[in-house]
Design a protein around this ligand. Structure first.
Ligand SMILES: Cc1cc2nc3c(=O)[nH]c(=O)nc-3n(C[C@H](O)[C@H](O)[C@H](O)COP(=O)(O)O)c2cc1C
Length: 376
């Protein structure tokens, strides 16, 4: 067991009427945090609130009016039926489109939280669509958007996710935070980089903390570079934030939330799952993806998801180069079988079927070398 001391005590955070316990959130990540990933995180447990990928509001409305149907964007896969709590993130710069989609999410799909993206630095979203982090230079417009979405979603809470500003010379998160709260948002998440940073450098937690005294009633959630239970405990201890959000580190270690939860409770931290359990997890992820997208597209998509699981593992480079070119389930099973060997080999790769994988609770090992496993 990994020990983290001293055993800390942390309060749940409150987003409107929604209690987020523990105060550790799973970040929205386009292309990654789809239903399959969320389900895997959910099965390990420990994330106080999970989020979808960001959804284009105009894309959503266009799809429904074009086909004159209730069809939902691919990125809302699973949202109608999966367990709550669940936050859905939307983006656009048009208050009416955002309000229309927010209202549908809140009232028809009954999601727990509607989050608005004001942090995406990708050109397609900023320069072409004048949305995401582009809006950080237009606080007034942000206020209008939030007010409209809050009114449309009531009583479902609306939150905003921002970066510190557009560039290091234009950090305006404190001003933005006050606009966000004034417009009726129920929480603010801040990624401690600027839009110009993309993912360069380290997240600036001092500047995230500096926002806290300017918020009167809503919680502040800090985000950036948290990659271990210790980092989560440290962020909540050292910085003036009410909650934290984890993004990239959880892609290859979806059990990070349950480890962070244990750390926050002052309990022994379960070690990473055994290789055997990680192999099962990869196959389970593949199964979920293929059930939705079919085998052909599932194999292509699984290349990038599988690469995440190799992060920090011995032989990661070889695994990535092999898994990045798989085209069939058999090829995938072969690579996984060889890279995540069974403790007792009972079945050959070609005998393994994606539909045979259990969808029950996933586990972290009770010993770091595997063996007996503890259900979380
Ligand atoms: C592949 C990828 C996709 C992302 N997509 C989104 C998104 O859809 N919405 C959003 O608010 N942030 C998005 N982000 C940013 C993350 O939510 C998070 O703010 C950022 O990665 C910093 O957190 P981390 O250091 O824990 O990764 C994305 C990040 C990555 C790496």
């Amino acid at each position: 067991m990994i020990e983290i001391s001293p055993p800390p005590k942390f309060k749940p955070l409150q987003i409107g009427s929604v209690v987020v316990d523990p105060p550790v959130l799973q970040a929205p990540m386009a292309g990654f945090t789809n239903y399959a990933f969320r389900q895997i995180v959910r099965q390990f447990g420990g994330a106080g609130l999970q989020a979808t990928e960001m959804i284009s509001a105009r894309g959503f409305l266009g799809l429904q009016s074009h086909r004159d149907s209730d069809e939902l964007p691919d990125r809302l896969w699973g949202v109608a039926d999966e367990p709550r709590p669940l936050a859905v993130q939307i983006w656009d710069n048009d208050p009416e489109s955002l309000a229309a989609v927010g209202g549908k999410l809140a009232h028809d799909l009954k999601v727990t939280v509607v989050d608005i993206n004001f942090g995406c630095p990708v050109r397609q979203v900023t320069e072409r669509a004048k949305s995401g982090s582009y809006l950080l230079r237009c606080p007034e417009k942000m206020g209008q958007i939030i007010e409209r979405v809050v009114a449309a979603c009531k009583p479902v809470p609306v939150t905003a996710k921002i970066r510190l500003g557009c560039t290091r010379d234009q950090i305006n998160a404190i001003d933005i935070a006050q606009v966000v709260e004034g417009a009726g948002a129920a929480a603010l998440t801040v990624h401690g980089r600027t839009a110009a940073d993309f993912f360069k450098g380290t997240a600036d937690w001092e500047n995230i903390s500096a926002i806290r005294p300017f918020l009167k009633n809503i919680p502040l959630i800090g985000n950036g570079d948290l990659d271990s239970p210790q980092a989560v405990v440290d962020a909540l201890t050292r910085y003036d934030v009410d909650g934290v959000m984890i993004a990239r580190a959880a892609l290859g270690r979806p059990w990070l939330f349950c480890q962070a939860q244990a750390a926050l409770r002052g309990e022994p931290i379960p070690p990473d799952p055994s290789l055997d359990a990680q192999r099962q997890l990869l196959l389970h992820h593949f199964e979920l993806i293929c059930q939705r997208f079919g085998l052909e597209k599932g194999c292509i998509l699984m290349r990038k998801y599988a690469c995440c699981y190799a992060q920090g593992r011995r032989g990661a480079r070889t695994f990535r180069s092999r898994v990045a070119v798989i085209n069939t389930a058999e090829e995938f099973f072969q690579v996984v079988e060889e890279s995540f060997p069974r403790e007792v080999a009972t079945q050959s790769a070609s005998e393994t079927s994606p539909v045979s994988i259990s969808s029950g609770p996933l586990t972290c090992s009770s010993t770091s070398t595997g063996g007996s496993e503890k259900t979380l």
